[in-house]
Design a protein around this ligand. Structure first.
Ligand SMILES: [Zn+2]
Ligand SMILES: [Zn+2]
Length: 297
């Protein structure tokens, strides 16, 4: 449970659910609206948010088509960022009553960042706004097609693999773990033969550019699933997994298995995989935990 208020205290709000994610927006509209270099918003489910006091002081402004920003008409504090088509809203985190325990994980519209501001390192960064907002996400994933892997994809897949681990792994893994795990792709031949052990499907965007890949090792083990950080959470992983699970299972197999990372586990769970065992393993002598999971076919 979080609560917050505007500067003058006329408006108070409460949030009954968790904060999903916190990020900075460097777009010109946020700069103008907040009167500063960037806006920092906490993403929460709209249904968990409630104005508990002072609704009559809440003013809203449509800053672009389908997007409203609300603020206190008395003191001017920015409060909400609301998109008509989204189930989540942004709350300007400076208005929270207590210090937020969630660290920012991304920064968007870096293309228009203030020249005098140095970007924070270690965050997912987007020059504009890829994959943000329900509509643009759906449009993006609609433009993605799934096809079989070809040798010419090798370099692109190595890049996706390393970038995904380095840029998305920071939330769950130590620097040493990320280095060991991502470093596997430095061995070009080893990486190539790892791919060749499985039937690899590649998700491609415009101009046949790979944006993700996944593998099914016969008969029924999902052996890889990686998505480029720029399109993370846009549905590409789901599309890949859907296709992998539609590849033929041998008649003898009755279930799919995988060893999931902290990164891929939520997606496998969404598809009905369940953890059967937490395994301790090592990569280049660095210890890891992974989740042995299965799903009945
Ligand atoms: Zn106020
Ligand atoms: Zn913005």
């Amino acid at each position: 449970m979080h609560s917050g208020s505007c500067l003058c205290g006329r408006i108070r709000y409460g949030i009954t659910g968790p904060v999903d994610e916190v990020g900075h927006c460097h777009c010109r509209i946020c700069q103008k609206a907040h009167g500063t270099a960037f806006a920092t918003y906490a993403r929460v489910s709209a249904k968990n948010f409630e104005i508990t006091y002072g609704q009559s002081s809440l003013q809203s402004f449509e800053s672009s088509a389908g997007t409203k920003r609300t603020f206190c008409r008395e003191c001017g504090s920015q409060l909400q960022f609301i998109r008509d088509d989204a189930s989540h809203i942004g709350i300007a985190i400076g208005t929270f009553d207590a210090e937020l325990e969630v660290q920012p994980s991304y920064q968007i519209w870096t293309r228009s960042k203030a020249a005098w501001w140095n970007l924070q390192e270690g965050l997912r960064s987007h020059e504009t706004q890829p994959g943000e907002g329900a509509n643009s996400r759906e449009r993006y994933v609609d433009a993605v097609t799934i096809r079989a892997y070809a040798q010419a994809d090798l370099e692109a897949l190595r890049t996706i693999y390393m970038a995904a681990i380095r840029e998305l792994g920071g939330e769950h893994y130590s620097a040493e773990q990320i280095q060991a795990w991502a470093g596997f792709a430095n061995d070009r031949a080893g990486f190539s033969s790892w791919l060749d052990d499985s039937r690899i499907l590649v998700a491609v965007g415009n101009h046949d550019t790979p944006v993700g890949f996944g593998g099914l090792q016969p008969p029924s083990r999902i052996s890889s699933l990686f998505v480029a950080p720029g399109v993370a959470r846009s549905g590409v992983g789901s599309r890949l997994l859907e296709h992998l699970l539609s590849l033929d299972l041998s008649a003898a197999s009755t279930r799919y298995t995988t060893e999931a990372s902290e990164l891929s586990k939520p997606l496998f769970e969404k598809f009905g995989f369940r953890v059967t065992k937490i395994e301790h393993t090592t990569v280049s002598e660095v210890a890891f935990i992974r989740y042995a999971m299965h799903k009945h076919a």
